[in-house]
Design a binder for this molecule. Structure first.
Ligand code: GLP
Length: 247
């Protein structure tokens, strides 16, 4: 695992967007051999997404042969709800890129059989040969995707009850009302993320300083699920200076 420290959120976003651009371009994807990219939601990736859109507009990057898999989705929110991860991904990224809609995979939190939906998501990842690069963020409690503290490090895509801390943290997107935040989500597992050939996690802000310290200075621990990245041969954390306060 490597740790890259950049000055602030913008510099982290620039670094990560350039990193993804280089990886995709080096891979030189084609229809027969697409690049498979795992993606997160949250405020952390927005700067990176803006930069990726700029690269596409300037012709430095193309998503024509990129297949994406998103990390998670709330259970029970309509797809077109302003806070659904479908809406987030289409409005912040996909609508501005030359990605083919059939190449976008986001878990359906309204599927009639949620367990089957999760199983099928894993099967789809396997069918395209696994994920080349998984980009992630973390919650202040060190969760990756919605793998809340206590999640098995060998977990796969499944239904997860959200931790109270996560509900509080995400209430800002629901008029500050914790009652409006869904209590369940579908999420890829820790192992689903760590199976990717490369994992890149961005961490910014002083409110994530304890999580960063726990995740890289202590042992691999299912209470701080992103700590699993320590074991990944191609794990990369890109963080800002504020998040390093506890290192
Ligand atoms: C949610 C998402 C995570 C994300 C986290 C952090 O819990 N499920 O994938 O990493 O929020 O969000 P933010 O980037 O807004 O701090």
């Amino acid at each position: 695992m490597r740790l890259i420290i950049r000055e602030d959120y913008d510099e982290v976003s620039n670094y990560v967007a350039n990193y993804i651009k280089e990886r995709v371009n080096q891979f030189a994807p084609t229809a027969e051999r697409p690049f498979v990219l795992g993606l997160p939601t949250g405020s952390s990736p927005i700067g990176t997404y803006n930069k990726l859109v700029d690269f596409c507009k300037s012709g430095e990057l193309s998503f024509e042969h990129v297949i994406t898999f998103n990390m998670d989705e709330y259970v029970g929110l309509p797809k077109n709800h302003p806070q659904s991860y479908h809406t987030f991904m289409w409005s912040n990224l996909f609508a501005h890129l030359n990605i083919k809609p059939e190449n976008v995979h986001i878990l359906d939190g309204n599927a009639p059989d949620l367990d089957e939906e999760c199983k099928e998501f894993e099967a789809k990842i396997a069918r395209v040969g696994g994920i080349e690069l998984f980009l992630g963020g973390i919650g202040p409690d060190g969760h990756i995707a919605f793998n809340e503290p206590g999640s098995s490090l060998t977990s796969r895509t499944r239904v997860k009850t959200l931790a109270y801390e996560t509900i509080i943290a995400n209430a800002r997107f629901f008029d500050g009302d914790i009652g409006k935040v869904p209590k369940l989500a579908l999420t890829v597992g820790v192992a689903t993320v760590m199976d990717a050939r490369e994992v890149v996690v961005t961490i910014t802000g002083a409110h994530k300083a304890i999580a960063l310290a726990k995740c890289i200075e202590e042992g691999v621990n299912h209470m701080w699920t992103v700590s699993a990245i320590q074991m990944h041969p191609k794990g990369l954390i890109v963080c800002d200076e504020d998040s390093t306060l506890e290192l």
